[in-house]
Design a protein around this ligand. Structure first.
Ligand code: ACM
Length: 544
């Protein structure tokens, strides 16, 4: 029995196998050669097998492993055929070929997922099969918060490998927030000189939380960011950057106080939660962020550029006479309109650079921002409104795909927060809101899991939060709710764990002692589903 995850659309098993050995010939048409290289890397690192690339095929006859462009196939689709004569991959472009490589690796022993071979280069038999496959959704992503806890470049590359392994194709990097600014901006060096370091971090959540007293910091140079973008692109993954505004900006205000509305100096925040500070709405502040975004746009080729937009507290705007005066001058009726005005100005700039905005569903408030891609995190209310208006939507409802949330009700879960979110909850993720009319379904591009990192301060803890739930997310977005795939998922996931083991992923075990246990005395903060649903309904009531 083949064990593939995500489950491909169509799998036909054949008879016999193809022996892959050291020196098996491989040939790939451009641009699929990038995917063929990834296959060669994996075979070399995991199995110790070195294939023999062929450039001039005419004299040599057919290669045993062939990648061929087939423009009749859809973007990201592929056909993988294995028989006794060889292995053939057909795809319209490199994305499909990447996915084919991942499926092919799953036909091999799990140890192909190791990063370094122990030198045993024994041939492997690839079972005969024909796989015809294409994803159900075109946005299959993970949001990684690198502000609350910085993840060094090598760690981000490791996450990219994990995404590629699961045929996910978007990494949304949350680069800035109250607690840290993580992207070098050459025009404004204090953003990272001051904004990337904090003296301490909150330990635990809710009442009883304390401070750890340990400095935390780090940022990506522009070279680091280019390395991340290039590494991801070579694996068919788009990196979408996010620069938060007009709230979640304490680190920026700490670096450049003229961006804010408070007289006292600030430092990057050492607590978690939603803080009161917002950007002021002067033209100079708009210009500052347009300059920041210009540098970001130069690094990230992504068609959409994240600007956050969530959870902006408006009390400082209400209390500030100058802000109120600016609102009157601009003919803005209330602070929701002001937020919308601010984001619309940024939108105008991003469009002038040939890109589109990507923001959390609060960007719908005030009604001025149209045509942006909306990340619907507060349930489905924003998604439905945006899709009906003709905007693209990425679903990431916090009651289903927030991967920082606790995975069980066990008191041993490390710093348990949010809603109980099990592997089964994530596998049941259906990005299409039930209440959305079929004519608008095409606006739902897909979905992403969100990993906020307040309580995720290491790569090991990140693995624990992501896995195996990321496997369920990948399958929900690739295979959808196909009943056969849903029914076979638990068994396939069980088999897939050997691959995660080989790749060195420290997933949360389904049973037995947890590797990361609640630290005695460090409180968590869990929500009740019904109470949280009522709160979200109140919060989204002003969306129109
Ligand atoms: C969010 O969770 N504040 C987008």
């Amino acid at each position: 029995m083949l064990n593939l995850l995500p489950q491909p659309s169509r799998v036909e098993t054949g008879s016999g196998a193809f022996p892959l050995t050291d020196g098996t010939r491989i040939r790939a048409e451009a641009p699929l050669d990038a995917a063929a290289e990834r296959l060669q890397d994996a075979l070399r690192a995991g199995l110790g097998l070195t294939l023999a690339p062929e450039t001039d095929s005419a004299e040599q006859g057919a290669s045993a492993v062939e990648f061929t462009v087939d423009t009749r196939l859809a973007d990201e689709a592929y056909v993988l055929t294995v028989d006794e004569d060889g292995i053939r991959v057909a795809a319209a472009g490199v994305a499909g070929a990447h996915h084919a490589v991942q499926t092919l690796l799953q036909l091999l022993p799990a140890r192909v997922h190791r990063r370094a071979t122990t030198g045993d280069a024994a041939p492997v038999a690839v079972p005969a099969v024909r796989v015809e496959d294409a994803p159900q959704y075109r946005w299959r992503g993970l949001m990684l918060d690198v502000s609350r806890h910085f993840a060094p470049t090598a760690e981000v590359l490791r996450v990219i490998d994990q995404l590629a392994m699961h045929r996910l194709n978007v990494l949304h990097l949350h680069l800035t927030d109250d607690q840290g600014w993580r992207a070098e901006i050459r025009r404004y060096p204090r953003l990272t000189e001051i904004g990337a370091q904090r003296p301490s971090s909150q330990l635990g959540a809710g009442p009883g939380a304390t401070q750890d007293g340990r400095p935390h910091g780090g940022f990506y140079t522009q070279d680091d960011l280019r390395e991340i973008v290039g590494y991801a692109a070579a694996r068919g993954i788009t990196v979408v950057p996010e620069i938060e505004l007009p709230g979640h900006v304490q680190a920026a205000i700490a670096a450049y106080p003229e961006l804010g509305l408070v007289a006292e100096p600030l430092e990057p925040w050492t607590n978690w939660g939603i803080n009161p500070h917002a950007l002021n709405v002067e033209e100079s502040t708009i210009a500052f962020f347009c300059n920041v975004l210009d540098e970001v746009i130069d690094i990230f080729p992504s068609a959409v550029i994240g600007i956050g937009g969530d959870e902006c507290r408006k009390d400082e705007w209400r209390a500030d006479a100058r802000t109120q005066e600016l609102m009157r001058e601009r003919g803005l009726a209330d602070e929701d309109e002001l937020q919308s005005w601010f984001i619309a100005r940024i939108d105008e700039h991003v469009r002038s650079r040939g890109r589109r905005l990507y923001g959390w569903d609060e960007i719908l408030e005030g009604g001025r921002v149209v045509g942006a891609t909306v990340a619907s995190w507060r349930g489905t209310a924003g998604a439905v409104i945006a899709a009906r208006r003709g905007s693209d939507v990425v679903m990431c409802p916090e009651d289903t795909v927030y991967l920082d949330y606790r995975q069980s009700d066990s008191p041993d879960e490390p710093i348990p927060t949010g809603l109980l979110t099990t592997v089964a909850h994530v596998r049941a993720f259906d990005p299409i809101p039930a209440e959305l009319e079929p004519e608008h379904h095409a606006r739902i591009l897909g979905g992403q899991g969100n990993l906020w990192t307040e309580h995720v301060d290491s790569g090991r803890r990140r693995d624990y939060q992501l896995f195996p739930r990321l496997c369920a997310l990948a399958e929900a977005l690739w295979s959808g709710q196909d009943p056969d795939a849903v029914a076979s998922f638990p068994d396939r996931l069980e088999g897939h764990l050997a691959r995660l083991d080989a790749a060195g992923v420290e997933y949360r075990p389904a049973s037995g002692p947890l590797p990361w246990q609640q630290v005695p005395g460090v409180p968590g903060k869990s929500y009740d589903r019904a109470e949280r649903a009522a709160q979200i309904a109140r919060l989204t009531a002003n969306l129109t």
